[in-house]
Design a protein around this ligand. Sequence first.
Ligand code: OGA
Ligand code: MN
Length: 303
Amino acid sequence: MSFSVHPITPTFAAEIGDLDLRVAMSDAEFEALEDAFNTYSVLVFPDQALSDAAQLAFSARFGPLETTIQKFRKGVKLRLGPEFADVSNLGADNEPLPADSERRHFNSGNRLWHTDSSFRPVPAKCSLLYARSIPPTGGQTEFADLRAAYDGLSADMRARLEGLVAEHSIRESRRKIGYDQFTEDEIKGLPAAPQTVVRTHGDSGRRTLYLASHAERIFGMDDAAGKALLAELIEHATQRQFVYSHRWRVNDLVMWDDRCTMHRGLAFDDLRYKRNMQRTTVRDFAPTCEQEGIALKDIIAAE
Ligand code: OGA
Ligand code: MN
């Protein structure tokens, strides 16, 4: 292994040194990197000089890339190619979005704890976020370790969560921030998706919670009781001992495991400073119910 691994905590988040992500890795080197990823869930690669093509090439080694949900919105001029989620606060003119910008409102949903694309039938495996410019203060990204949070549940709670399936929707997380300007195409293109509340992280064999602000309800549970349970689990999972807070430097690439973490972006003075971040997202291989061997039709029939 040619690169160095510097754990930030013994089991969550690590910095990777001596690696230029523009250079194609050998299979052996890539496997060693995957091992680090499956152990630490969040990898920080400092001081990378990535072109869009280089970010795409490195990301695509982990699996097929998602395309942006902005494609459901016609007539929007994208700053980046379709495999990028534009996480910046910039408009097509590369200037900060104004206070009344609809996209600014939509993007503020990233301040809620979530995991990427849990509202898609096949959700994300991992995300890779690259920082081209950052504000001087604020704008950190926080990550919660959902495998450690699962291990920290009581045996009773773990038993209670077995087999539960939640319904996730992008409209739910946006409802929480008061955004409801979805177009007909978005509503049709982004229907709610079922996701198990616990799952096995296949590449480590560890059990994990699977949570996000996109989760709206739990199948087979009274609406209020389902919402209360989801809120309780998110509160449990985001206690300080499970959280790593990343202070960005320009040219950091940070990748995280969407199967077993949540994240959120912290506020900054976004009308004043540019925060130019671009994300590539790798798709998982199957819906979570399928991965867990849960027959969704039985869950729906039991409602
Ligand atoms: C994301 C995201 C938060 C941030 O890129 O998926 O949620 O801090 N980002 O920008
Ligand atoms: Mn996100």
